[in-house]
Each structure stands twice: as C-alpha cells, then as structure tokens.
Design a protein around this ligand. Structure first.
Ligand code: ITT
Length: 197
C-alpha cells in the first residue's frame, strides 16, 4: 500500500522512514511534491489535518502529515505551532534557536521546562476517514546549544531523564522516545488496521 507523506521537511521524512520502515514494511512511503497548503490552523491537529487533506486530495493516496513544535512553559506554550517560523519567514533553524535562547536568557533553571509536541494526521480519501494522534516529549531548555544530531530545536532541548540534548542522542535513541516516536506508537496500530488488508 502506498502512503504519501505530506511534508517538505527532509528531517521529518528521515525520522518517519526510520520509525516506520522496520515496523510496517508493507507501507511504501512516497514523497509529496504537490501544492503546499496555507497552514492557518490554530492547533497542531488542525495544521496536520490541513496538510494531510491537501496531499490526499492531490494524489488520491492515503496521506500522513506531521505538525510539531516546541512549547515552553514560561512562554505559555510558545513557539508551539509557530516553531518553524519563530524568527520570521526565511530565517531558518539557527535563527529560531538563537531567538528562543535569547528570550529565555534570564530564566532560571527550575523554570526552563518545555516539551516537544507532535500530531500526526492520517487522511484516507477512499473512505473519507480522518484520524489524529499525538505524542509529547517532556524536558527543559539548555542555556546553550550542544550536539550535531537531529534538527530544529534539538540542540537546546534536554529530554527529561537525560543530561544531554536531543541533538547529542543517536537517531535511534531519539526516535525511541521522542514526541514523533510516541505519536507513531499510537499511529502504527491505526495504520495497520486502516491501510493493510
Ligand atoms: P512541514 O510543514 O512541511 O511538515 P515544517 O518544518 O514547516 O515542515 P511544522 O510546521 O510542523 O513543519 O514545524 C515544525 C518545527 O518544529 C520544525 O521546523 C522545528 O523547528 C520544530 N520541531 C519539530 N519537531 C522537532 C524535532 O524532532 N526536533 C527539533 N525541532 C523540531
């Protein structure tokens, strides 16, 4: 069964393939290269559904989308759904990360709690079915960036129970405990029952 992955983020594609490849080899994950929707939802779930619906509509295939981000406690959950564009359009991951570190510069260690959130949407055009699952990865923000793995905010996120950042974990370690890995724990049974005959 072919499933289209409605993302233009190459790091997400890598993590999806690493997580899904070994567990559901029956699924052939194909990249989506059609029109990009406007992500104007007000939650991770709304944005994930917007992306999955667009890809399902343009390809006729079941579509998976991921909307994710980092949510900082003392910032009332920001950057949240604005994580990819926190420093502005076209600025990129380094600028996003630098801005967040700057905004958190005066915040004491005990108030640096944060979590990553990932919502995965599955839209099946043949049946009209729509599903949404979520995963959360709790932790705290470091005061400076460390590590070269992962992507986005990984170099400043210290997962709960760890003393290193997410960017210092191996890809397999990250995928086993991350928000994306946890969302897939919920998505995998759904994918099995919905897509595999
Ligand atoms: P698509 O919409 O094409 O999927 P995107 O990167 O724009 O790609 P989002 O709107 O969901 O996707 O924004 C996700 C952002 O949240 C991402 O660009 C990172 O800045 C951050 N993020 C999400 N998951 C992350 C992870 O595992 N590690 C580090 N940062 C992450």
């Amino acid at each position: 069964m072919r499933v289209v992955l409605a993302t233009h983020n190459a790091h997400k594609v890598e993590e999806f393939q690493a997580i899904l490849g070994s567990v559901l080899p029956e699924l052939e994950i194909v990249a989506y290269d059609g029109p990009e929707p406007v992500e104007d939802g007000t939650s991770f779930a709304e944005n994930a559904l917007i992306k999955a619906r667009t890809a399902a509509h343009h390809t006729g295939l079941p579509a998976l989308a991921d909307d994710s981000g980092i949510c900082v406690d003392v910032m009332n959950g920001s950057p949240g759904i604005f994580s990819a564009l926190w420093a502005g359009h076209g600025k990129g991951a380094e600028a996003n990360l630098a801005l967040l570190l700057d905004q958190m510069a005066d915040i004491a260690p005990e108030h640096r709690g944060a979590h990553f959130a990932c919502t995965i949407a599955l839209v099946v055009p043949a049946s009209g079915a729509e599903h949404v699952v979520e995963g959360i990865w709790p932790g705290a923000l470091a005061t400076e960036a460390h590590g070269g793995g992962g992507f986005g905010y990984d170099p400043i996120f210290v997962p709960v129970g760890h003393e290193v950042t997410a960017a210092e974990l191996t890809a397999a370690e990250k995928n086993a405990i991350s928000h994306r890995g946890r969302a897939f724990e919920a998505a995998i049974p759904l994918l099995r029952t919905t897509l595999i005959p």
